[in-house]
Every structure is written in C-alpha cells, then in structure tokens.
Design a protein around this ligand. Structure first.
Ligand SMILES: CC(C)(COP(=O)(O)OP(=O)(O)OC[C@H]1O[C@@H](n2cnc3c(N)ncnc32)[C@H](O)[C@@H]1OP(=O)(O)O)[C@@H](O)C(=O)NCCC(=O)NCCS
Length: 187
C-alpha cells in the first residue's frame, strides 16, 4: 500500500468535509497534537481506549510514525486516518499478524479526537478498514474494548463485529479494574 493514499471523502453530520486516507510523513506535527490530546483526556475519561501513558515528544512520535509508514509500505499495516482541513482528527489501523500462522488475521485500533466524535466519522473509518483489510487478503480481525465504553461497542457491532470473549479486570484505570471485551469479525 502507498502512504497517503486516499480512500474516500464524505461529509460528517457536523458538515465538516472528511478525507479518509493512509498516514503520511507530513502528518507528523498533526499526530503529535492528536496523541497528546488523547493522553491528556485519559485522566478524566475512565473508558478511553487509548493505551499510551505519557505525552509524546516530536521525536517519539516520529519514531512511531516511521514504524507505521514502514508497515504500510510492507503491507503489514492497513492505515486509515480521518483528515479534516489537513489535520488528523482520527487514526486507526489494522496490523497483520506477524507469523506465517497469523498473517491472515489483523488487530484493529481506532481513536478519534474529542471534538470530532459522534458525527459519523468512526463508523466510516471502520467500514473502510474492513473493506481495505479484505482487499489485502485478511480473513479475520480482532479488537479489544473497555467493557464500560458503550459507544465504541455500538460502533463495532454496527460494523459487523461480535463479542467473542471477556477478560475480567484486565485494565487498571484511575485505580479501578475494568473488564476488557474481545470483539471479532470475519471478512
Ligand atoms: C469509539 C469511537 C472510535 C467511535 O467513533 P465516533 O466517530 O465517535 O462514532 P460515530 O459518530 O461514527 O458513531 C457513534 C455511534 O454511537 C452511538 N452512541 C453514542 N454514544 C453512545 C452511548 N453512550 N451508548 C451507545 N451508543 C452510543 C451514536 O448514536 C452513533 O450510533 P448511530 O450511528 O447508530 O446513531 C470514538 O468515539 C473514539 O475514538 N472514542 C475515544 C477513544 C476510544 O474509546 N476508542 C475506542 C478504543 S477500543
């Protein structure tokens, strides 16, 4: 796959024009702002499905981005970002299993900036990830979600994922243990 490749454009219910495309190197500064907003939000949001613990420097984010772009070029990462007026407001990917036995299976992650949630972007990103993963030859996708995140669970069910398991008390957030739900989809 090519970095920066455009999949499609649509209008969010807010009226904003959104472009869904793959990550590209020029996203670096936008990604720093994006990730650090999410890290800041973790303190107040007990169900935010974001794992990064600390604010990222430009160098740390450049390292992450380089890894992602290499994966996109090698075909091991299917990347979908939501771009609004040149800024990354949503980031998602499916990462192919790295062994011969697991290479038809992918692991999905997605997050959208606070100000761009609930306007239809997540569902569109999920549909694009599913379509592109199928095109890339994947047969199954899995994801993990906090059990106390009904919006995310709704979006995943709406895009064809089903609950396949639950890991009790997997997550520790703000001194409280929270169950994690595994969801899967066949392509
Ligand atoms: C979860 C997330 C990806 C969803 O994307 P989004 O752009 O906000 O979702 P959309 O606007 O496309 O769709 C939201 C849907 O959830 C519904 N919804 C909103 N709040 C809800 C709630 N509390 N319970 C159930 N459904 C809810 C909306 O009605 C809408 O459903 P509809 O299309 O059937 O009307 C996004 O909100 C997000 O990134 N959240 C923070 C990070 C995170 O938790 N990521 C998940 C990691 S596992």
């Amino acid at each position: 796959m090519k970095t920066g490749r455009i999949y499609r454009r649509f209008k969010a219910t807010s009226g904003e024009k959104v472009t869904l495309r793959a990550l590209r190197w020029e996203d670096l500064d936008s990604c720093v702002v994006f990730v650090n907003e999410l890290v800041g939000e973790k303190r107040t949001q007990p169900n935010l499905g974001v794992m990064v613990d600390t604010k990222q420097t430009r160098e740390q984010e450049a390292e992450w981005l380089t890894h992602q772009l290499t994966g996109i070029e090698k075909g091991s990462v299917i990347s979908v970002v939501a771009d609004v007026r040149g800024h990354v407001v949503g980031n998602s990917s499916v990462t192919r299993g790295s062994y011969r036995d697991t290479k038809y299976h992918g692991y999905l992650g997605i997050a959208i900036s606070k100000n761009s949630r609930d306007v239809g972007i997540g569902v569109e990103m999920m549909r694009t990830l599913v379509k592109e993963s199928r095109k890339a030859g994947l047969k199954t996708i899995e994801l993990e979600v906090f059990a106390n995140n009904p919006r995310a669970i709704h979006v995943y069910e709406k895009t064809g994922f089903r609950q396949s398991g639950r890991i009790p008390k997997k997550m520790l957030r703000n001194d409280k243990f929270i169950d994690s739900i595994i969801m899967t989809r066949e392509l």
